[in-house]
Design a protein around this ligand. Structure first.
Ligand SMILES: Cc1cc2nc3c(=O)[nH]c(=O)nc-3n(C[C@H](O)[C@H](O)[C@H](O)COP(=O)(O)OP(=O)(O)OC[C@H]3O[C@@H](n4cnc5c(N)ncnc54)[C@H](O)[C@@H]3O)c2cc1C
Ligand code: SF4
Length: 498
């Protein structure tokens, strides 16, 4: 091995982009490896199919064990990860979410008490400041169309907070990458500024195949990673610490394929890798109105209804309204008779401009799993229980009623999908119920950290990226403090934050 870094970070999304950027700003030498390409605002256009090809993972599906509807799984595969193609809603976790974390994995905070919002507050403050989070009260026509429907059902809409600045042209192309950089991905906010310091090296088109584990006499520890570049050449690099942040569906596969279960002697925590997958299942529900709504030329999500956020109140949040790109709209529509085909589908598409869409997201209980198959394949399983299915049905029913009360002539919806996968390498204080500890370090393999949505012990009731970034900032702080002496002493003369 010829190269050595303080830390190698695998994956450049909400988690990895923040860890890598923060560590470099603190004077550490960091290598950031991303399997996808490095595309920037200059490359982004409103070409839906092309963006799906260039910036997104090919569509994956979680197949329910009981034969119910499959759940489509969406994510970004490019520098910035899913934050490059997401809608940039910025929500902090609710206290009710973090109570579930402690219950799931025994997670304790810095004071040895059950983990709570206060443990994340300084990190939320920091990432919100870097992102320039602000309120979006510039509601579009379609929001005003549906708002009376919420009021009729004794619910209300409030403005969202989002990581978009005042250069937002409300062009509606957030899912194809923001052409003005008004939308703040981790690429724009952490990776590019850290590259400027000279301490972060970004290598796109670099697929990490495994983390390298050896036992130098003190038990299993990580020594670096092996990756394959765009030309197919394999490289190995050494690091004082490795942070795997390849996303909830990929991180557990990488740990299994790297031999973490074998290195740990098949420990209880290693048996949990890939388990507890949460989906935060969501549906787009679209209402047909008499006047054009032009939902596709707007900042996608400017308001939401949180009345039913807590499980005891229903366990769902409705976003109003949301982007509907034409291919996605055409390929997903259902009504009570199932997927739309033939003349009814053509008729709905003719009226594309007249639909206003709501997105309803329901909390779930993390009963899914990611399976790394022996032949190199992958499998995603869903196992939604009756009370979860009932919550999902009730959330659809409420959303349909809102649109009908607002005057919709027809209401159509999609099958459940997930853009918020979480939980496959749970963090926790109890090794029998978690994969990594409260500092995000593997219970079994030293110097191996997880830094993405896989950490979340139980599905959040809110959009998760801000919490993933806050967790990543907390991890960067821990790594930089270096209580175990994993990193080299900081080079003399480094201006921290410069
Ligand atoms: C359409 C859409 C809209 C969304 N809107 C919002 C929103 O408004 N607000 C919100 O809070 N959340 C939103 N989300 C969710 C949010 O963006 C994700 O939850 C978050 O980005 C996940 O962070 P992550 O770090 O776990 O993974 P990602 O951001 O997905 O990053 C993981 C990265 O790792 C890379 N990678 C994977 N395997 C390897 C490998 N072997 N080697 C190297 N690199 C690898 C991937 O290519 C990817 O770039 C949205 C998601 C989608 C799909
Ligand atoms: S709507 Fe705003 S944030 Fe989204 S892509 Fe357009 S300019 Fe960027």
């Amino acid at each position: 091995m010829s190269e050595r870094f303080d830390a190698v970070v695998v994956g450049s999304g909400a988690g990895g982009g923040v860890v890598a950027g923060e560590l470099a700003q603190h004077g550490r030498r960091v290598l950031l490896l991303e399997i996808g390409p490095h595309r920037t605002a200059a490359d982004f256009t409103r070409w839906e199919a092309r963006a799906s090809h260039d910036l997104w993972w090919p569509l994956r599906m979680a197949i329910p064990t009981d034969g119910a509807e499959p759940i489509a799984l969406f994510g970004g595969r490019c520098v910035g990860g899913t934050t490059t193609i997401n809608t940039k809603i910025a929500m902090r976790a609710d206290e009710c979410d973090l109570e579930k974390w402690h219950a799931a994995s025994g997670l304790l905070g810095a004071r040895g008490e059950p983990f709570e919002v206060a443990d994340l507050e300084p990190h939320y403050d920091h990432v919100e400041q870097v992102l320039g989070v602000r309120e979006r009260s510039d509601w579009t026509r379609s929001v005003h169309t549906v708002e009376p429907g919420f009021r009729a059902l004794d619910a209300e809409l409030e403005p969202v907070r989002s990581y978009t600045d005042h250069n937002c042209m409300r062009c509606g192309s957030c899912l194809q990458g923001c052409p003005t950089n008004a939308g703040k991905s981790t690429m724009v906010s952490w990776i590019h500024p850290a590259c400027d310091t000279g301490r972060l090296e970004l290598r796109p088109n670099s697929a990490v195949r495994r983390v390298l584990i050896s036992d130098r006499g003190a038990g299993p520890e990580v020594t670096g990673v092996e990756y394959v570049d765009a030309g197919g050449d394999a490289h190995a690099v050494e690091a004082g610490a490795v942070v795997v942040a390849a996303g909830t569906l990929n991180t557990p596969q990488l740990l299994v394929r790297s031999g973490v279960p074998e290195a740990s002697g098949d420990s209880p925590s290693s048996r949990l890798i890939g388990r507890n997958l949460g989906f935060h299942p969501a549906r787009l529900v679209s209402g047909l109105f008499d006047e054009p709504q032009d939902n596709y030329i707007a900042y996608p999500v400017s308001s939401h209804c949180k009345k039913f956020q807590r499980d005891e109140d229903g366990g769902f949040i409705v976003e109003a309204t949301t982007v509907q790109d034409p291919i996605g709209f055409a390929t997903g529509l259902c009504d009570d008779g199932g997927p739309l085909w033939g003349a009814p589908l053509v008729e709905a598409l003719r009226k594309y401009r007249y639909f206003a869409g709501l997105l309803v997201m329901t909390t779930d209980d993390n009963n899914g799993s990611v399976v790394a198959e022996e032949d190199g394949g992958e499998r995603f399983e869903a196992d939604l229980r009756p009370d979860e299915l009932e919550r999902i049905d009730r959330s659809l029913q409420f959303t349909r009623e809102v649109l009908e009360a607002a005057g919709a002539k027809q209401v159509l919806w999609t099958a459940p999908g997930s853009t918020h996968m979480q939980g496959t390498c749970r963090m926790g204080t109890d090794p029998a119920r978690s994969v990594v500890d409260a500092n995000c370090e593997s219970h079994d393999v030293k110097r191996l950290f997880v830094g993405d949505g896989s950490l979340v012990p139980k599905t959040l009731s809110v959009n998760p990226s801000l919490t993933m970034m806050a967790l990543a900032n907390r991890l960067a702080e821990h790594l930089d403090a270096d209580p175990n002496g994993y990193l080299e002493p900081r080079a003399a003369g480094v201006v921290v934050g410069g």
